[in-house]
Design a protein around this ligand. Structure first.
Ligand SMILES: C[S@@+](CC[C@H](N)C(=O)[O-])C[C@H]1O[C@@H](n2cnc3c(N)ncnc32)[C@H](O)[C@@H]1O
Length: 285
């Protein structure tokens, strides 16, 4: 497998299509990662009156908590390449939040590598599980640095090292074993799992006072299908590619997943449990 021939535009189109496909299910499944969302919100240092960008916002679950904290004068822009994710978030917000909070939320379908904001126009940038999605993460970080005002802060989360995220690596191992290798490799979602790599990327984009900390949480799955569905509800590009496979191949994958999951059997609660690790980073302009 090679990264030669990698087509960033095609990659983004597949991610956009995949995350549009899974928007509702992603929003439902996000509760499983509430510990990570809470850690990111706490790290952001939010206060009333701030202007905030929630980059690669998905269904805007971080953005709505930001809106609550920056009211009554502040605002938050939820931005994502997948317009279906934003529409899902907007619909949920309108159904579930008071109008005064909804009024603090704006939405923009846009590529995070080319931000639709002026220089020095926001106080905070949040980017939850996003940096590894970009074919050119250095561009996205430079854009974040550009739109933050002097003294502004970025708070972001990324997946930890591969061995610490069975939630994803377990499914990937089965896929690698059963399916032909793709001709061109996707960028790894674990490429910032080493705190040093994350610090280097933030520093190269001009950020200072960089701090990186691990966050761990445990997920429980009643059966192997629940695990597989949780993986598909999280990974837009993979969901998009796997949905194109014949039903028999998809069934083979489910069987292999069930077999391999035995290592995570939870004798106390039944089903399967696994602990995942992410990194939360903050840095200043
Ligand atoms: C794993 S989800 C994270 C969503 C949300 N931030 C969270 O913490 O749950 C990754 C998001 O990145 C978005 N995304 C992927 N590539 C992008 C790009 N080039 N520009 C902006 N958003 C992108 C996807 O559409 C998806 O909503």
């Amino acid at each position: 497998m090679t990264t030669h021939g990698f087509d960033a535009r095609r990659f983004k189109a597949i991610e956009r299509s995949g995350f549009n496909r899974i928007a509702a299910r992603y929003a439902q499944g996000a509760a499983m990662r509430s510990a990570l969302a809470d850690a990111l919100i706490a790290a952001a240092g939010l206060a009333p009156g701030q202007r905030v960008l929630d980059l690669a916002s998905g269904p805007g679950l971080l953005a709505r908590e930001v809106a609550r904290r920056v009211q009554p004068e502040g605002w938050v822009l939820a931005s994502d390449i997948a317009e279906g994710m934003l529409a899902e978030g907007r619909g949920r917000a309108q159904d579930e939040l008071p109008p005064a909070i909804c009024a603090r939320l704006s939405y923009a379908a846009a590529d995070g590598e080319q931000l639709c904001l002026c220089d020095a126009s926001v106080d905070r940038v949040l980017a939850g599980l996003a940096l590894f999605m970009f074919p050119h993460p250095e561009r996205a970080l430079r854009e974040c640095h550009r739109v933050l005002r002097p003294g502004g802060r970025i708070a972001l989360s990324v997946w930890g090292a591969r061995a610490t995220v069975p939630l994803i690596s377990h499914a990937q191992d089965c896929i690698t074993r059963l399916l032909p290798q793709p001709r061109v490799a996707r960028p790894s979602v674990f490429r910032f799992g080493d705190p040093g790599a994350l610090e280097t990327a933030l520093s190269a984009a001009g950020f200072a006072r960089i701090h990186v900390a691990p966050v761990r949480w445990t997920s429980h799955f009643v059966d192997a299908d629940a695990y597989w569905q949780a993986f598909l509800d999280l990974a837009g590009g993979a969901a998009e590619s796997l949905a194109q496979l014949p039903a028999a191949t998809q069934a083979q994958l489910r069987t292999a997943i069930a077999h391999d999951l035995q290592a995570h059997h939870d004798p106390q609660h039944g089903g399967y449990s696994m602990t995942s690790q992410a990194l939360v980073a903050t840095a200043r302009v």
